[in-house]
Ligand binder design. Structure first.
Ligand code: CA
Ligand code: CA
Ligand code: CA
Length: 409
């Protein structure tokens, strides 16, 4: 999670425009007033990792291109122009990326808010979209052909179908109907075709449906339960019918779809598509700690809250699982206090001690957490919180890579 330790650099700090100093700092995430620290790993190579408040997995690959003469830079990750302030520190070069206060001036902000409200009114949130889990024409079916009504328990998950053949859809007998020319696996007319297929679904999948192109009739089973019986005459066409799977029958992981196709003569055909609304887990790289900087370093425990967003907009429960720090819990010059972190009353809260070693380069806390949505999706991640050494050259806490348990005595 941490970036490699910085190499000493001999690059000299360039002059910067005066306006780079004294600007309010913020990230590219509107409304989140915070600061980017940028570490020079070696001359010409820059990384956003290992800086307090920046979730490492989100920013480890971020980079920016800059024009040294102007001090202007563009964060590659968000395409935003920012100003780079650079200063040397103990053989290391540290940059602070700031965004001009003018970017937050009230007038453009009002326009942005108005545009957002207009967009909400004109384009209400779209319903979650269906994803094709098993397409028409898929392979991986176990099948056999029997006389009408044969093998009456073939649909049971406990049924041993190892003697069934492996085949691809569509099944049928070639003939004059348009879809008949696409037949992959032969199914003689005037017989029953029995097919079984595992359908793997992630946790939280909903609105599962099975669409058919069939000639003639189908009995549809999900995990051994009969969910539909459909008769069909004439040539097979896609999406005739579409059968909904009750949510109560859907399970995370492997599900068994079983279909008995019954042909009444002349021509036979069966093709299947399975669709579902899939749940996306929370995005742990979106984690934001608030506050991300603790100041002043008065040795008091301060409450820090983590928030994580979900791509589906689901409510997210964050649970902090551990806290590590890059300075000893009871080190020299830090006031000899312990522990330096205590879990908060809420699962997404932790109390971190606002202290750092006076002999060090700022303290970085690494807060590990698990985030879960209410549909069975989850992720794990880490958020960084820093205590700067000072408010001048040492204002960007540096993660040394050392690792101490903040919760321990
Ligand atoms: Ca979700
Ligand atoms: Ca301490
Ligand atoms: Ca440090």
């Amino acid at each position: 999670m941490r970036g490699p330790p910085p190499r000493p650099s001999t690059e000299s700090a360039p002059h910067l425009p005066a306006r780079a100093r004294g600007l309010r700092t913020s990230t590219h995430q509107a409304g989140q007033a915070r600061e980017h620290g940028v570490r020079f790993l070696e001359p010409g190579v820059r990384s956003l990792g290992a800086v307090a408040g920046m979730p490492a997995q989100r920013h480890s690959s971020a980079a920016y291109a800059e024009s040294p003469s102007s001090g202007e830079a563009t964060l590659a990750e968000c395409g935003e122009s920012v100003t780079v302030e650079r200063h040397g520190q103990r053989n290391r070069l540290e940059d602070t990326v700031t965004r001009p206060v003018s970017a937050y001036s009230a007038f453009p902000m009002r326009i942005a808010v108005a545009a957002f409200l207009l967009a909400v009114l004109l384009f209400p949130a779209a319903a979650p979209s269906q994803t094709t889990v098993v397409p028409f024409g898929a392979s991986g079916y176990r099948y056999t052909v029997v006389e009408h009504g044969g093998l009456p328990t073939f649909q049971s998950p406990a049924y041993d179908a190892s003697s069934f053949l492996l085949g691809a859809a569509p099944f049928g007998s070639p003939g004059f109907c348009p879809l008949a020319s696409t037949v992959q696996t032969l199914w003689p007319t005037d017989s029953d075709l029995l097919v079984r297929r595992a359908v793997t679904l992630p946790a939280g999948a909903s609105e599962v449906s099975v669409a058919f192109a069939n000639d003639n009739d189908v009995l549809v089973y999900w995990n051994g339960n009969l969910i539909a019986s459909q008769t069909h005459g004439g040539c097979a066409t896609h999406d005739s019918p579409v059968v909904s799977v009750p949510d109560a029958l859907v399970q995370a992981g492997s599900n068994l779809l079983a279909v008995r196709g019954a042909d009444r003569g002349s021509q036979s055909f069966l093709d299947i598509r399975v669709s579902a609304v899939l749940n996306a887990p929370p995005d742990c790289s979106s984690a934001v700690a608030s506050p991300i900087r603790l100041w002043p370093p008065n040795h008091k425990l301060r409450s820090v809250t983590l928030t994580v967003t979900d791509p589906d907009g689901d409510p997210v429960t964050v649970t902090i699982t551990s806290v590590r720090q890059d300075e000893a819990v009871q080190g020299r010059g830090d006031g000899r206090t312990r522990p330096d972190a205590m879990l908060g009353s809420e699962s997404d809260q932790v109390r971190l001690r606002a202290e750092r070693s006076g002999n060090g380069d700022g303290r970085v806390y690494e807060v590990a957490f698990r985030a879960s949505d209410d549909n069975g999706g989850s992720c794990t991640g880490r958020a960084l919180v820093g205590v700067p050494h000072d408010r001048g050259r040492g204002r960007v806490p540096i993660n040394s890579g050392l690792n101490f348990d903040s919760l321990g005595a």
